[in-house]
Structures are given as structure tokens and as C-alpha cells.
Design a protein around this ligand. Sequence first.
Ligand SMILES: Nc1ncnc2c1ncn2[C@@H]1O[C@H](COP(=O)(O)OP(=O)(O)OP(=O)(O)O)[C@@H](O)[C@H]1O
Ligand SMILES: [Mg+2]
Length: 412
Amino acid sequence: MGAEVVIDGLTKSFGKQAIWRDVSLSLPPGEVSVMMGPSGTGKSVLLKSMIGLLKPERGRCVVNGVDIVTCSEAKLYETRKLFGVLFQDGALFGSMNLYDNVAFPLREHTKKSESEIKRIVLEKLELTGLAGAERKLPGEISGGMRKRAGLARALVLDPEIILCDEPDSGLDPVRTTYISQLLIDLNAQIDATILIVSHNINLARTVPDNLGMLFRKELVMFGPREVLLTSDEPVVEQFLNGRKIGPIGMSEEKDSATMAAEQANVDAGHHDGSPDEDLRGVVPQMEPTPGMPERMGIRRRKDRVMRILHTLPQAAQESIIASLTDEDRRRYGMQQPHAMAAAPQQNQQPQQNQQPQQNQQRGTQTPRYGQGDAVPDQHAGQLPADRVAQVPGSGWEQPAPRGQSGPGQGRP
Ligand SMILES: Nc1ncnc2c1ncn2[C@@H]1O[C@H](COP(=O)(O)OP(=O)(O)OP(=O)(O)O)[C@@H](O)[C@H]1O
Ligand SMILES: [Mg+2]
């Protein structure tokens, strides 16, 4: 299983320019997470901080007990071997052909023979659709090919943690789907912990187990995908729908005059290209290609999400509960939906813990957990401020937050 990455109170600036502050989240082991955020909000800086290429002023980033921010150079060198990183620009060595670029980490970090290296390099180039291009220099191939070569290089050490900075940028939509599928298949095969930085709304909706967003120097949210995909937070809503109307502007800070002018244009009938329908909502998640092993992260995530279910917003709870199979319901000590529907006829005075809870607003039936069940009663309302920006991993308890991290953060 991939390693857990625990980020706690991370704060980074360049001189007087604050990039983000008090970022706390945990990448659950073996799960796939996506970080979204407008351009320039520091997503790439976050990835580079996670592997010690940049030094945050405060906070920790802990992997296997090693704090990347403060550890020695020797520890950092060791710990980095756990990571496979696809940088935003591919970061290939311009003077090396693709074969040597992809072979580089193996030659640098292992004692493998050249024949073993050849087998691995050709396998990864094949996996990323680059078979036959191994003798080309980075300057001789397309941007999308460079990206895929960067991904091939990120995979050669069979990393426990894979960080991908915009794997889709420069790629056509078909190749983007193939790369998404490749990452899901990899997760199924090696159970690696994966973090993908992306602007791609379709990828954000269909690929990850967990979804987060950076905006205005804060982590707005990070949590199970259902939380962001059903969120009413204006910045999340605007981003997922790709709308002009909302707090995100062409530059980072959109002033109220600009917001008012844009709204007036829309009110006057101006069509700005935004989708007519609301693209939020939980859609089916991409599955491993048939024949691949089952994703172990899916079961672990379900257990984890069910443990924190009562802390999630109502809409996210409903979506998670609706996705449970009959087997899940048995596992979590919940009633079957048909049994709940039949209960009042069978028993005129049903026990409290067998009553479905009617949600008037949405017209859906939400089962309740009974007393003594593994999962406590749900409560309506917003996620508490100290819970949404973290995903508790196995056995790890996050310390009390220092700042205002939560769903309200980043609100205009
Ligand atoms: N090495 C550096 N020195 C100084 N400033 C930097 C450095 N790296 C990044 N920055 C600044 O940090 C901010 C965040 O940059 P970053 O590349 O992380 O944004 P991003 O969210 O990845 O954007 P995009 O979606 O466009 O890739 C930017 O203002 C950038 O200019
Ligand atoms: Mg970037």
C-alpha cells in the first residue's frame, strides 16, 4: 500500500508574496486525490514543497515518519525515492533522448543492470504510448508527448506516491482519458497514493477519491469527492462550472465592481459561454480497465468515509449513502432500502433506529444509523471547520487547526 502523506499547517511565501498559508490535509494511503485551483494559486509550489524542492517557512509534510520540510539532505534523498513526480513542464533533460530520460532515475537510484533497465524503460514507454520514440530528443516531440515521457519517467521506480502536475495539459481529450485510465489502473496494480493537480473539470469529477481546492492563499476544501462535487461554496461552484460569474476573475482578486458589471451583463442577456446546466453533482467514478485487479483503495476509502460520514455536509452524506450497495449496507450495519420502506407496515411501532429519515428538501429517504452502530447518527448542517480540510487516514489524528480552515475559507 502507498504511503500516507500528512501535511500540517504548511505556509509558503516568496519574499513578500504569500503563496498559501496553514494548508493542512492528509493524502490517504493508496487513494487518488485531485487538487484544483485557479492558475497561480500555488498548486505547483505545493507539489514541489511536498518533495522538498521548495522550503515552506512553517508547517510539516510527513511521509513514513520523515518531515520533508525539516529533515536532513540525506533523509530527503532517501525519502524522495518513494515519490514519482510528473512536473508541469515535463522537466525532461533537453540533451538526453527519451530512453535516457526515462532510464535516469533507475541509473541514479538503483544498481539494476542495463538489460533490466531496458526492460523497464521500454515497458513504461509502451504504457504511455511512446513506443518507438525512445531515440527522440525532447525538442523533437510534441508537448503532449513530452508530458507522457515525464509520466513514464515518474513511474520507473514503482513509486509509493505519485504526484502529477497537470497530466492533462497539452493533451487532447482522448489522450487525457487514456492518462486518467492509466493512473487509475496503476493505482489498482500497485496501490500507490496519487495526487493529481488539474484544471480539468471532467478529470476532477470522474477520477479521484478525494478532491481539494486552493484559492486566495488558502486551502478552501479537501475531502471525499462527494463533498466538493455537491458543494454550494461559490468558488467551488464557479470553478466546477467554468463560469465567469463568481469570485474567481482573470486576475486572482476580482473586485466587487467587476463582479457587479459581469452580473449586469448576464442579467441583460449576454451569453458568456458558461454552461446552461449546473455541472456539479456526483457522477460515476472511473474504474480500472477490466482484467485489472480491484482497487484496494476503494474499500479502504469507503470504510474511512463511513467513519466520518456524520461530519460531512448533508448533500455529501446523501450522495455517499445512495452509492452504497446492499453488501455495504450490511457491512455498515444499515438497513436495506426495501426493508426500510416495508418497515412501517410490518411493525406499527418500529424502533427508532429502523426508521428512514425523510429529507423534505430533497425528497429522498436517508437511512439513519441505530444506537450502538459502528457509525454514529448523522447530523444535518455544514461540515465543522476543522474537519473538511482533512481526510483522517488510518490511525492518524490531526491536531487542532491553527487557522480558519474549512468550507468558509476563501469566501469572498
Ligand atoms: N521559484 C519561485 N520563485 C518565486 N516565485 C515563484 C516561484 N515558483 C512559483 N512562484 C510564484 O508562486 C505563485 C504560484 O505559482 P504556481 O506555479 O504554484 O501556480 P499554479 O497554481 O501551479 O498555477 P498554474 O495552474 O498556472 O500552473 C505564482 O505567483 C508564481 O509566480
Ligand atoms: Mg502549476
